[in-house]
Design a protein around this ligand. Structure first.
Ligand SMILES: Cc1cc2nc3c(=O)[nH]c(=O)nc-3n(C[C@H](O)[C@H](O)[C@H](O)COP(=O)(O)OP(=O)(O)OC[C@H]3O[C@@H](n4cnc5c(N)ncnc54)[C@H](O)[C@@H]3O)c2cc1C
Ligand SMILES: N[C@H](Cc1c[nH]c2cc(Cl)ccc12)C(=O)O
Length: 516
């Protein structure tokens, strides 16, 4: 039985992997995690997918256990500002798209929308976020009563098995460094051996498989399976095993970021319960409210903007609160390692791959990889089918997310700088170009988006197409022959529900202070 796992790297990826594997396999698995005391973790990575709640559930953690410890807040959507034109915004919310007579409500909206805001007409969440509200009532019950939180029928499913069955109404935002610290305690209490030291050399046997990692002060560490969580360095997978990295930069040129962690009085400021992505001349700025600070950063392409100008723009954007805050400049490696599992090494996290954080997919990639590795964990015979299944799943998730992100830029109406004009002429994946032609006449559905699991449902694509405004979309011709009254009634129901909720939900900030 293979059961000795060595994890190199103690960022979000390393500790999420260690804690999940302990929760999954308990004492049957022997885990050693070695992390450098001198090489820091990336330390950003604050917004998530809603699916991450399955990770916490799997570990047996409740919100009240981990959220206060990680300064966590609820995220109900991504809010896109200025991607169409200055002053315009729209939401990509965590809310299932409704259907009426076999057509998504957005299709009816294109034909007969009550206002010019698809997000407010088709989703309850848009107005809830505008009002700065919590997705839970004061007594803890969810905004969406139809969602059975305690139901057992979904438990034990992986994220891909969940897709399309339900849509949980929110995700989280938190301090990644605090989560890593929280999971360190969780893992060590359950028997994970924690070594703080530098891996200085990776020993390979005659077949080229890893036989040990050498450390500066703790000698050789040996195991059966080696998990590379060393971040962009890819110390095991790229450096030692020389697995090539496939860059996505031809289609996603943003390769740099500058980040600030700005302390703020959130009670006074209030919490807008979402992640905001505000388009800029050469990229976009994220704004993530946490309980004691706001995390913010400018993601940009070095070909269009210098780090100094990016930092200056970010500081102007934030205002005086950022004056004494030190900026963190980050070079991003965009793309994926060709195969994340090679021989007895599996890369998880930034060493496996990364795309710019526009839809907060970094931690989702990690969670997905962990679930897939737990499912395909090798036996003594190292049957290559497990490795191949795993590698395909990882490649599909990343390639699919890449298409989704490229769509944001192709669909954005903005074209006021060279950066934005180039988004309309740059090469895009062939398959995406074909799909866009179809979406112009029929909004995306599960049959017409990237055909493998990549975490994003068809309605997410609808939101981006409708919100970005740069691609002309037509309602289905069949709607001209259909009676619109049921759709109009649905718009009215959403309006009434929104009006009711906005009166009773607590402010997001008030809900968190009650939680802590
Ligand atoms: C600008 C930016 C914004 C992001 N925003 C988001 C977001 O909003 N949401 C999201 O989900 N994701 C986001 N991400 C991604 C997220 O940060 C990462 O997915 C996450 O932090 C995981 O990183 P990691 O653990 O793979 O690597 P790292 O955090 O880089 O950790 C690497 C670890 O390896 C160790 N190490 C390296 N070399 C050695 C060695 N030789 N010996 C021993 N140890 C070693 C280091 O000490 C460290 O512990 C963002 C990323 C960037 C760059
Ligand atoms: N797996 C889904 C992906 C998803 C569904 N709606 C949204 C909205 C936003 Cl802003 C990001 C991801 C998704 C999930 O996390 O629920």
């Amino acid at each position: 039985m293979l059961n000795r796992v060595v994890i190199v790297g103690g960022g979000t990826a390393g500790w999420m992997t260690a804690s999940y594997f302990k929760a999954a396999f308990g004492e049957r698995i022997d885990i050693t995690l070695v992390e450098s005391g001198s090489v820091g973790a990336v330390g950003v990575g604050e917004a998530t997918f809603s699916d991450i709640r399955h990770f916490f559930e799997f570990l047996g953690l409740k919100e009240k256990d981990w959220m206060p410890a990680c300064n966590a807040t609820y995220k109900l959507a991504v809010r896109f500002e200025n991607w169409r034109q200055p002053g315009h915004y729209f939401y990509h919310p965590f809310e299932q798209m409704r259907s009426v007579n076999g057509f998504p409500l957005t299709d009816w909206w294109l034909k007969n929308g009550p206002t010019d805001r698809f997000d407010k007409d088709c989703f309850v969440m848009a107005s809830v976020i505008d009002a700065g509200l919590s997705p839970r009532h004061r007594d803890g019950t969810l905004i969406d009563q139809a969602f059975d939180e305690d139901g057992n029928e979904m438990q034990g499913l992986t994220m891909s098995e969940h897709q399309g069955k339900t849509q949980f109404p929110y995700a989280y935002q938190f301090e990644a460094a605090l989560l890593a610290k929280y999971l360190t305690r969780y893992s060590v209490e359950r028997g994970v051996k924690h070594i703080v030291d530098d891996v200085t050399k990776v020993e390979l046997d005659e077949r080229g498989w890893i036989s040990a990692v050498k450390t500066a002060e703790h000698g050789d560490i040996t195991g059966d399976v080696y998990i590379d969580c060393t971040g962009f360095r890819g110390v095991l997978i790229n450096q030692a095993l020389e697995e090539p990295f496939i860059s996505y930069q031809d289609t996603l040129p943003n390769d740099s970021a500058v980040a600030l962690q700005v302390p703020m009085d959130m009670e006074r400021r209030g919490i807008r319960p979402c992640t905001t992505a505000t388009a800029q001349d050469a990229g976009w700025i994220w704004t993530i409210p946490l309980t004691g600070r706001v995390g913010t950063g400018y993601v940009y392409a070095k070909d269009y903007l210098s780090p100094e100008d990016a930092e200056r723009t970010l500081r102007e954007f934030v205002g005086p609160a950022a004056a004494d805050v030190e900026a963190n400049h980050i070079k991003m490696r965009i793309g994926r390692t060709r195969n994340s599992w090679v021989k007895n090494c599996v890369a998880i996290g930034l060493s496996s791959g990364f795309v710019e954080p526009l839809e907060s997919t970094g931690i989702f990639f990690i969670h997905h990889a962990i679930e897939q590795l737990a499912k395909n964990f090798p036996g003594e015979d190292w049957n290559p089918a497990h490795r191949d299944l795993y590698n395909n799943a990882i490649a599909h998730v990343m390639d699919g997310v890449r298409e989704f992100l490229v769509l944001h830029y192709v669909a954005a109406k903005r074209s006021d700088t060279q950066y934005w004009r180039d988004t309309k002429t740059r090469a895009i994946p062939d398959s995406l170009a074909e799909r866009i032609e179809k979406w112009k006449v029929q909004l995306p559905d599960s049959e017409s988006i990237f055909p493998y699991y990549h975490g994003l449902p068809a309605y997410s694509y609808m939101c981006i197409l409708l919100g970005m405004g740069g691609i002309d979309l037509a309602p289905s011709p069949a709607l001209a022959l259909s009676d619109p009254s049921a759709a109009l009634q649905e718009f009215e129901l959403i309006r009434e529900k929104t009006e009711r909720l906005v009166k009773v939900l607590p402010k997001a900030y008030d809900y968190f202070t009650q939680l802590g």
